[in-house]
Design a protein around this ligand. Structure first.
Ligand SMILES: [Fe+2]
Length: 337
């Protein structure tokens, strides 16, 4: 985003922020794909090329104006931080870019069913395996690897990153597939458990709406059953010469797998670790990770808890909203129950 492009976008972003007041507004989300046509032409073409040609598993858009003064302190928790957001114009920009790649969606079981999440260090989570941890690194993973409705992309927008803490990424295109047992990894032999961010311990017990509460408790029940009896499925899929991946090793247990499957899986994990690299996101950076072709994590860091902490926004994006129709209440509902 050049200075000229920022000036060009500013009136629209401010107008939409004033009109809707919160990024979760259903009318704003519904209009986003049409409004996205107002993005700079070069940026639009860049995003469309990324989606269709898959030249990389990482798409980084830099240079969006972020006024650090206006942001104020980093919230202490994600709960309620969608209201009166000082970053709403930037959130709208992020939503419009995401809407070029597909449809944004959320999970009833994650961050109280919000579409746009906050990624920030939370007191008490320092050594827990979740995105809001800090002293412990966040193990690399496919986003929501356990769920059949997982997104095609997971996107992060950086508002603050004072210590340049690196997001870790490995692109499937960088792996030496000839050295791996690809055929074994295409077999439905690998069990994947849900990750901690979907557990009821990290949610409010009641949303105040009985229908939502009933659907959400059904969702939590499903998560519990997948934890107790994970379904075997493949780790790789798509083209055997250039496979897509879905794995979250921290939430997998290799016990009970055939020896060949275990060997193939450990070989893949080692190769991924060898090719992992860091991206130090800066304020105004929006990164769109291809969730079929990249796994991601984060290095550990010391949280500050003084209002200046690392602060990102996160979106999940699907190219096939209809694929999750059985999991959503209405055709244009974006929340998976
Ligand atoms: Fe993640």
């Amino acid at each position: 985003m050049s200075a000229r492009e920022n000036r060009m976008m500013e009136p629209l972003l401010n107008r939409l922020a004033a009109e809707y007041g919160v990024i979760e507004h259903p009318d704003l989300v519904r209009r986003a794909p049409a409004l996205a046509r107002s993005l700079p032409e070069g940026l639009l073409e860049f995003l469309v090329h990324y989606r269709t040609a898959e030249p990389s598993a990482v798409c980084l858009i830099s240079g969006l104006d972020v006024d650090g003064e206006r942001l104020g302190p980093t919230p202490e928790h994600w709960r309620g931080s969608q209201y009166d957001s000082p970053a709403l114009p930037q959130e709208v920009f992020f939503l419009l870019c995401a809407s070029v790649l597909g449809d944004v969606f959320g999970w009833a079981t994650q961050q109280d069913g919000r579409l746009m999440h906050d990624v920030l260090p939370i007191k008490g989570h320092e050594n827990y395996e979740i995105g809001s941890n800090s002293l412990q690194h966040l193990s690399w993973h496919t986003e929501d690897a356990f769920h059949p409705c997982r997104g095609d992309y997971v996107a992060l927008m950086c508002l603050k990153n004072p210590d340049s803490v690196e997001t870790l990424v490995c692109d499937a295109g960088d792996l030496d597939w000839s050295a791996l047992d690809v055929d074994a990894l295409f077999e439905s032999l690998f069990t994947q458990m849900p990750d901690n961010s979907h557990l009821p311990d990290n949610a409010d017990l009641s949303t105040g709406d009985p229908v939502t509460d009933r659907l959400r408790s059904r969702s939590f029940e499903l998560i519990r059953s997948w934890n107790e009896e994970p379904l075997p499925r493949p780790v790789l899929f798509g083209d055997r010469a250039a496979p897509y991946m879905a794995l979250d090793p921290y939430h997998m247990q290799t016990s009970g797998w055939p020896a060949r499957a275990t060997g193939a899986f450990l070989g893949l994990c080692e190769e991924i670790e060898r090719r992992m690299h860091g991206i130090g996101l800066a304020p105004g950076d929006c990164v769109f990770l291809d969730n079929f072709r990249a796994v991601h994590g984060r290095k550990s860091f010391r949280p500050r808890y003084d209002g200046s902490d690392r602060w990102l926004k996160r979106l999940n994006i699907t190219r096939n909203l209809r694929g999750s129709r059985a999991w959503r209440r209405t055709p244009d509902d974006r929340i998976i129950y």
